[in-house]
Every structure is written in C-alpha cells, then in structure tokens.
Design a protein. Structure first.
Length: 400
C-alpha cells in the first residue's frame, strides 16, 4: 500500500494534527478541511498485522478466529484440527475491518517452521506484534522464538489457551477455587518462562471459545496501550465488543474524531439540504454512523454471536435496544432526517461546543452546519454506545 501511514510515527501524526489546529486558528477553514480529509483518509488506511503462532494443537487457529469475532466453522475462518493444518503464513482479514489482519503462522517445531528460521520465512517486519499460544506449559520452541522477537525489538505476548478445559477438570474436585486455580496456572507459566531466561513475561489465560472470560480484556488493553497512537483505533474498531470496558473505550476512541468529521462534512463536497439552512456531505456521516453500529456489536450477526455465547435469546438482547437507529437501515434518508431534528437544537449546541470542542471559537465560520452535524454525531454515538452497554449487561445478568 502506497500510504504515508505505513511508515508514519506518532511525532509525524502529532505534526499533522497541529497543522489542522493552526489552520483553524487562522480561520482558514478550507485548508483545515483539506488537511482533515487527508488525515482521516490516511488513518482509515492504517494496517494492523498480528502474528499468532505456537506449537501444533495449541489452539492458535481457534484464537485467530475468535480474535476476529468468528467461530471455527464460519466462512473465512482459519482451518483448525488436531494435526498441523497451517503449512504457510496465512493472513486472515477481519470480516468487517479488512485493514486488521491476523496471521496464522505454521506451528512452531514442525518440519516446515523452526524458531531459528521463523523471522526470515514470515517477513518479520510486517507484524506489529506476536502472540505465542500454548495449551500447556510454554516449551523450548516458544521461548526460542520469543528471544528472537526480543532481539528485533518487537512486542510479543504469551497466551495460555484452553483455560476452560482446565477449569472444567479442576471443577470436579472438592473445595474448588476458580480464582486460585487461574492464578496457579498463570504463575506456573510465568515461572517456567523466567527459568528459561525471559524476564517479566506477560502471560494471559484465554478461552478461544469465549473471549469474554478470563484474561482477554487485559490482553486487549495491554496491546492497545503498547501500540502507536495511530494503530490503536484500528484495534479498538475491530476487537469484538465483549466487555463493558471495551465498549467504553470504543466510545472514547470515536469521540476523538467527531469534531474533525463535522468540519469535513460541512466543508468539502457539502451539498445544501432541502428545507435546512445547512450544507453537508451526508455520505461521510452515513459511513461513520455505520461504523458505530457495527463496532458496538448491534448488527444481527454480532447479536446472534453474543446470544449463542451467553445462552440468551436474540429477542432478549434486542428488547433493550433504545436507539431508533436499530430499527432502520442506516442510509442517506435516515441521516437527513436526523440532521433535520438536530438543526432545531444547533443554536443551543453551539454554546456547548464553545467549551468542549478544540478550536471551536476559530471555526465559527462553519456555523450552523458544523453545530448541527456535531450534535447529530454526538447523539448517535451516545445512543449506540448505550445500546451496546445495555446488550452486554443483559447478557451478563442472564448468566449470573
């Protein structure tokens, strides 16, 4: 991909943001909108490549599928099996966010894949980080690969998979303590890695069949923190909306670009709307609100997946959806009606924006179009994030 975002770092990204703010301070709305357009285009083209590897039978392919919100039998899923099914490094794009790809690497220690040859075979530099999966203790091959990754100054994380099997087996014993069992497994893995010369290893206990359990939320948050700023948004968009913390962080991530989208929609390719004293590019708004809808797991496919995982009916989940956007297909006509409603409160909204939006005092030239668009985006984001929260709460309470 011939995109400057492939090689851009956070300092360069900050420079672009400062150029936008400088143009706004100089009341040069056209220049600011042009830079925002370029900025958002590049941000949306950012790729995230995650490598998943481990010994044969460790559950790595199931993890590849779960990370993308898929089951093992879904179309486009990575093949799984008790023998090595992965003979090459295969990229599996996220079904809704193709810029995020999870790579299923051949099993460590097989005839086709040895730790010392790993980096040359899989074009190491393409990956943002590695996840090393084991269903038991981490072995010499796992540790050899981790040390090679360390030498190249890349991030890696250890995932102890199939934890649900361990909990099921231990649960048959008298005086079973789930928390104690999990901590025992974690410390056993950490000690084994430390004994092999890996200092302060990060080990996450995961069930590939239910990412909402155990340590997956902690793994996701750790990856998010350790990624460069311009790649965090890709991870948050694509990660399944399976916990309340993830739901909240997704909302915060969307909020950061809201004022930029409002400026862009009201400036570049803006078209006057009948019956309103505003001009906007409705297609930008349709695209963004559709992203809200899918990111919070409100589409039928995501609701069905959650229902299956949590043993609750889709009907129960849909019963707590409050936003009218859940009753309609999000298209141009729906967005125009929302803008018409938002225009009634735009004057009041302008007062709010003066105190809450960066550089709003300098973009007054955008006038009612900006205020209306920003208000509408904010309202839709709040409603859909709340629905995502309510759906998760309903599923969790059904399993208490």
């Amino acid at each position: 991909m011939n995109s400057i975002m492939e090689n851009i770092d956070d300092k360069e990204l900050s420079l672009v943001q400062r150029e936008i703010e400088e143009a706004l301070k100089n009341n040069n709305l056209t220049t600011a909108a042009g830079k925002i357009q370029d900025y958002l285009k590049e941000i949306n083209n950012v790729e995230l490549n995650i490598a998943v590897t481990g010994e044969t039978g460790s559950g790595k392919s199931t993890f590849v599928n779960a990370f993308r919100g898929m089951k093992d039998n879904d179309d486009g899923a990575a093949p799984t099996g008790v023998v090595e099914t992965t003979m090459d490094a295969n990229a599996y794009p996220h079904p809704k966010y193709p810029n995020m790809q999870v790579w299923d690497l051949p099993g460590i220690g097989t005839a086709t894949f040895k730790p010392e040859e790993c980096l040359q075979k899989v074009e190491f530099d393409r990956f943002d980080f590695f996840i090393i999966v084991s269903s038991e203790r981490f072995r010499a091959n796992d540790i050899s690969l981790a040390k090679e990754i360390q030498k190249m100054k890349k991030k890696f994380y250890f995932v102890r998979s199939k934890i649900d099997n361990d909990i099921r087996a231990e649960g048959r014993k008298e005086k079973f303590d789930k928390a104690k069992t999990l901590e025992t497994i974690r410390q056993y893995c950490i000690k084994g890695l430390e004994d092999q010369g890996l200092g302060s290893p990060k080990v996450f206990l995961i069930s590939g069949f239910d990412l909402g359990l155990y340590d997956f939320p902690d793994l996701e948050e750790t990856m998010e923190i350790e990624l460069p700023d311009h790649k965090r948004h890709v991870l948050l968009l694509s990660i399944p909306n399976i916990t309340l913390k993830i739901n909240k962080r997704k909302k915060e991530a969307f909020k950061t670009n809201m004022w930029r989208l409002a400026i862009l929609s009201g400036t570049v390719a803006a078209i006057p709307l009948p019956g309103l004293s505003i001009a906007v590019d409705v297609s930008i708004l349709v695209f963004e609100i559709q992203r809200y809808y899918h990111a919070f797991g409100l589409d039928d496919e995501s609701l069905q997946s959650l229902a299956n995982r949590m043993n609750v009916s889709v009907k129960e989940l849909k019963a707590v959806l409050k936003s009218p956007l859940n009753q309609k297909k999000i298209n141009k006509d729906v967005i125009v009606k929302l803008l018409q409603s938002a225009a009634l409160t735009a004057v009041t909204m302008a007062e709010f924006l003066l105190s809450s939006v960066p550089a709003f005092g300098s973009i007054a030239a955008a006038g009612i179009s900006f205020s209306t668009t920003y208000y509408m985006l904010r309202k839709c984001l709040n409603e859909l994030a709340d629905d995502g929260h309510n759906v998760l709460m309903t599923a969790l309470m059904a399993n208490e």
